[in-house]
Design a protein around this ligand. Structure first.
Ligand SMILES: [Zn+2]
Ligand SMILES: [Zn+2]
Length: 246
């Protein structure tokens, strides 16, 4: 499922992208550090966006120190963000002071923050993809939880996407079934299962299964209760009905 904002195959990243950026960056640095991947220029290049944006690459330069112009402490240069605009290549505030300053500025300027964030996001889509994917890998439990919540809150979208995916996977003919067509079909059946006639929660069943060449269109659809849908499975309608008659 393509995330409309990130244009990638995930929606979790969109929901918690701020958290993802923070966690993925930390996770990425941990991975790079513990596996000594910084020594491979290719990795540095691949994760350049991350390291550059968050000062990870400054680990190369831990020998020299610098005095923070805000808190006045002497700290390793790795404790400062890189910034070409400064003569020594580092910001004058240390990272701690910088993040406190940024946080306060963000709180004082919510609108400006939003527009900067949006601009940054649209200019850094590929980095966001990397961060979201990394975050997903690093947080499998949380990812599942977010998936579950999203699915729970979007039952219609989930069902339509499942149908669409099924149809695509099977390369089924037909233009697909819209939400409106499906609602109308259920109304036509008086919200009863098309097979057993019981009033139960309804699922969309393809009369001729897509796997058997049936078209993914409303003429080939019928509302079915879970039991009928499951027992019909991929059998052609006539087989299902004759077996049920026994
Ligand atoms: Zn400081
Ligand atoms: Zn039924």
């Amino acid at each position: 499922m393509i995330n409309p904002i990130l244009g990638i195959d995930t929606w979790e990243g969109q929901l918690e992208i701020d958290e993802a950026v923070l966690k993925a960056n930390k996770g990425m640095n941990d991975i790079l550090r513990t596996n000594n991947l910084y020594s491979n220029p290719r990795n540095v290049e691949a994760f350049g966006g991350v390291t550059k944006a968050h000062g990870g690459a400054s680990m190369f330069n831990m020998l020299s120190q610098k005095r923070c112009s805000k808190c006045g402490e002497w700290k390793n240069k790795s404790e400062f963000n890189k910034n070409k605009r400064y003569s020594d290549g580092y910001q004058s505030y240390c990272k701690d002071c910088m993040s406190a300053y940024s946080k306060k500025w963000s709180e004082d300027n919510p609108d400006k923050r939003k527009s900067i964030t949006n601009k940054w996001r649209s200019n850094n889509k590929s980095l966001l993809v990397l961060l979201a994917r990394t975050w997903n890998v690093l947080n499998p439990e949380r990812k599942r939880e977010i998936n579950r919540n999203w699915n729970k809150n979007h039952p219609k979208q989930v069902r339509m996407m499942e149908k669409k995916r099924d149809a695509l996977e099977r390369n089924a003919p037909g233009l697909g079934i819209t939400e409106k067509e499906w609602e109308q079909l259920k109304a036509d059946y008086h919200y009863l299962c098309g097979y057993c006639g019981k009033k139960l929660p309804l699922e969309l069943d393809h009369i001729i299964p897509l796997s058997k060449g049936g078209a993914d269109e409303i003429e080939n659809a019928i509302p079915a209760c879970r039991t009928c849908n499951a027992s019909k499975s991929n059998n052609p309608l006539i087989i299902f009905l004759s077996r049920r008659g026994k």
